[in-house]
Write a protein that binds this ligand. Structure first.
Ligand code: FAD
Length: 493
């Protein structure tokens, strides 16, 4: 017998969310394994100055567990960590946690109908395996010559050293993605000088962020329906403009064009200098790359102690950076705002998974393109579901994805129990059908219709596919998870 009926890898919000559903459906023999010493995933690890959500907090939470205590419209990172703790306590998940346990590989045992996990704490076996290990957790160091020669302090935004005070320091920051965008305005005020090295400008919309007044929070607590109404409103706005705009770009190009106009007007209002504005203007269409929101990012570049450098980095020297135009900048701290490994062979999946017949999942995807039935299961790996598989995230709140993927998984597990099945495998035909549908729908997205050539976007795989985002609305994804045909799986006793 396996050690556990179910093992969930990852104690971020995805792992916690599926664990709640497991308990609700009467699955009590499960473990949540995480390499970290604490829960929270992204919100445990990322502690850089300015970290906050970039979709409204009313939407960025479990639908069944609203949080009346968000202090701002866009809550800061430490509140998300507290929310994770609250959820783990309220739903009694702590007894299931096996922290400080890194999964090194997973092998399917055909004879025993179970997964064998090789972990830093020994072998763990499970009848069913659910990967909730996220995608944005392996910091990516840029491939710039001389990086190891830098004599000063180097910090990735996801490995922030809070003891390294930046006050009065000269700092070089590489990257202008979603994390850098939050860090830059926060540190610009403190540092003596900040050089920001930009490869690709980011689309930035205004951020209507403000403190939620105490009486409003009290109202949310006493009359929860009021917060649900706000959530319905923020859901509708994000879904309509962002998800529909990007996924239905060919049909409704005016939505994305409208967003581009909004962002450009925001830039023009905040940056009157034409030269600086030109540098901050993206050369690709909205939606090709992760956009963000900020009302403090652009003004930071108007400060006399901040330089936006677009010349391209030739190499990193022991004292700073030499750019392609031969200019040298000296600083003592180098911040890497260079994001995460995303569609990389050692991140999807982040550890080797050998499925039926020993097929290596990572190699299988590299050879046959990233794909998974309904974004969660593959015929090569029985008894395994991924919460964030290829074509799973609709681009709205991560919680929407967690909830509809959990619905899918629990329907499969409940059916397996009902039929006394110990082996559950999605049929190849169903998987192929879903993949064809995703490819067909992808053709209508902004990724293939809005001039993405210069976007350097992590949404794209090396083969040109854009498998991170599911080109459907969140509602469609939810409906599918409730109604997909269970006969798309083979249940074997
Ligand atoms: C800085 C930042 C800001 C973000 N802001 C937003 C936002 O505003 N809105 C939004 O919708 N999304 C946002 N995201 C996306 C974010 O990834 C999700 O919202 C969500 O928190 C991810 O949860 P998760 O549980 O899927 O993954 P994670 O939070 O990454 O958790 C995965 C867990 O798996 C563990 N793990 C990984 N590999 C192993 C292994 N081999 N063995 C054991 N454990 C392992 C990790 O330690 C981690 O704890 C943001 C991401 C980042 C990085």
């Amino acid at each position: 017998m396996p050690h556990h009926e179910v093992v969930v890898v990852g104690a971020g919000f995805s792992g916690l969310g599926i664990a709640i559903e497991l308990k609700r459906h009467g699955f009590d023999d499960f473990a949540i394994v995480d390499q970290r010493a604490d829960i929270g995933g992204v919100w445990l690890v990322n502690t850089y100055p300015g970290i906050a959500v970039d979709i409204p907090s009313a939407s960025y939470s479990f639908s069944f567990e609203p949080n009346p205590d968000w202090s701002r419209v866009f809550a800061p990172g430490d509140e998300l960590k507290r929310y994770a703790d609250h959820v783990a306590d309220k739903y009694r998940l702590r007894d299931h946690l096996r922290l400080g346990t890194r999964v090194e590989r997973a092998d399917w045992d055909e004879d025993g109908h179970r997964w064998r996990l090789t972990t830093s704490a020994g072998e763990i076996t499970a009848r069913f395996l659910i990967t909730a290990n996220g995608v944005l957790h392996q910091p990516k160091r840029p491939d710039i010559p001389g990086l190891d020669d830098f004599a000063g302090k180097v910090m990735h935004t996801a490995e922030w050293d809070g003891d390294h005070d930046l006050t009065g320091r000269r700092v070089g920051l590489v990257g202008t993605g979603a994390s850098a965008l939050q860090v830059i305005p926060k540190i610009a005020r403190r540092v003596e000088h900040l050089y920001v090295y930009q490869r690709t400008a980011i689309w930035v919309a205004p951020k209507a962020d403000f403190r939620i007044p105490k009486p409003v929070r009290t109202l949310y607590r006493r009359v929860p329906v009021t917060q649900r109404i706000v959530r319905a409103g923020t859901n509708a706005v994000v879904e309509l403009f962002l998800v529909t705009g990007v996924t239905q770009n060919r049909r409704y190009p005016f939505v994305v064009k409208g967003l581009e106009r909004l962002c450009l007007a925001h830039l023009k209002r905040q940056v009157p200098e034409p030269d600086l504005r030109a540098k901050l203007t993206p050369t690709y269409g909205f939606g090709c790359k992760r956009p963000s929101m900020s009302s403090t990012y652009f003004p930071a570049f108007r400060r006399p102690n901040v330089d936006l450098v677009t010349a391209g980095i030739e190499r990193i020297t022991p004292k700073g950076v030499r750019t392609a135009d031969g200019v040298e900048h000296e600083f003592d701290t180098l911040v890497l705002g260079t994001g995460f490994k995303v569609i990389d062979p050692d991140n999807l999946p982040p550890y080797p998974i050998a499925g039926a017949g020993g097929v290596d999942l990572g190699e299988h995807w590299t050879r046959n393109r990233y794909q998974a039935y309904e974004g969660t299961s593959v015929p090569q790996a029985p008894n395994l579901w991924m919460l964030m598989g290829p074509y799973s995230f609709t681009g709205f709140s991560w919680f929407g994805m967690i909830e509809y993927q959990s619905t899918h998984v629990l329907r499969c597990l409940t059916e397996a129990r009902r039929r006394g099945a110990t082996r559950v495998q999605v049929r190849q035909e169903a998987s192929d059908r879903f993949f064809r549908d995703m490819l067909r729908r992808s053709k209508g997205t902004a990724f293939y219709n809005n001039n993405c050539g210069t976007s350097n976007s992590y949404y794209f795989a090396a083969d040109g596919d854009a498998p991170l985002l599911r080109p459907t609305s969140t509602l469609q994804a939810l409906r599918r998870s409730r109604r997909f045909d269970l006969d798309d799986y083979a249940f074997t006793p």
